[in-house]
Design a protein around this ligand. Sequence first.
Ligand code: ADP
Length: 420
Amino acid sequence: MLLGCIADDFTGATDLASMLVEHGMRTVLLVGLPERQMPVGDTDAVVIALKSRNIPASEAVKQSCAALEWLISKGAAQIFFKYCSTFDSTDEGNIGPVARALLERLGENFTIACPALPVNGRTVYRGHLFVGDALLSESGMEKHPLNPMTDSNLVRVLERQVHEKVGLVPYEVVEQGCEAIGRRFATLRAQGIRFAIVDALCDRHLYAIGAACAELKLVTGGSGVAIGLPSNFVRRGLLKPDCQVNSLGAVEGFSVVLAGSCSRATLAQVDYMRRRGFDSFRLEPLKSSEDELCDAAVRWALPRLGDKPLLIYSSAQPEEVAGVQAYLGRERASRLIERVMARIACKLVDSGVRRLLVAGGETAGTVVQALNVRALQIGRAIDPGVPWTKSLVGPPLFLALKSGNFGSEDFFVKAFEVLK
Ligand code: ADP
């Protein structure tokens, strides 16, 4: 294994894994902390998806260190710690404490922190994180329910988390390229600085930063900075350039879309698939019990399984969702529909469904858990950040897991076409 990655949430892990595959690395994603003997086959990179973004810092450190031990035991040459491109964290952590613990365990004294993801409008300039045209603290992230980001100066944010001076590799150094960045790393190291925020405005900067990080045992950042890492392994002759690593082969079986997301993009995707004449079934949580909802959906689906994908959805407009939540309670409504989706998924897989697309971050998490999917090989991206994946344990199963607002309007239909 060349690159061992620890991601602080599931969709972020998928995004990173997809990025690595697109840049020529065979990549396996592990859901949660793997058992010691978890088979990952012949792979260049492993991404361990934790759920450590919003848990107490001490627990995040514990889980991340356990993931690190697993990656070290499998011979990972370099470690990447992946977090959100909006640097989601609080003064308590978890980015700083986790990065520090990983650095110390690796016996290293320097790493970078670079959440830039220019393709999605996340750029870092003079240590300040921008989301599109707005500073992070004016981007809406200042109102985030769990980790409000009220300070856009990441040097300051990280200093509060690690309780030590944090350095900066500014734009004009990054612009000069890999060697200048490397010299700046050396200067900061000589000053006893262990963490540096790195400016990046475009993918060219990310490639230069990646090249400058070739000798670092630990790199931390958003998925963007990972695009510059694979070519380090190519240069050393450890990775073949331009090889086809995104093929998952083929799988026989039926295709189904389960949509439990009510986000705007998902609503448009549901609408598009229905307009295109695909059979669809709508779950109506106010009308029936959990058992009745499951039974009705499965009874509807089984005789219709065939060449064309089926759509089962609970996605509804905001006013309908508000009605359901007012009646059942917000939490209860969510959990009910997630459980129903998970039970339907299990029944359908038992009945020969082998290509399953799940829309909704929480919904996808619940379905993956219910199917006991622990390891996924990453295939080609349907849209940026959303790849097809193949379960490596149990019956062959292709899964596409899409968080609500990802994907173009034709995503559900296109997803099955790219497999042909
Ligand atoms: P997204 O990625 O779009 O946020 P999630 O799956 O994470 O999607 O969250 C959507 C939540 O809404 C889930 O908890 C799901 O169970 C719930 N939900 C889905 N359909 C409905 C509905 N018709 N009424 C109320 N809640 C719903």
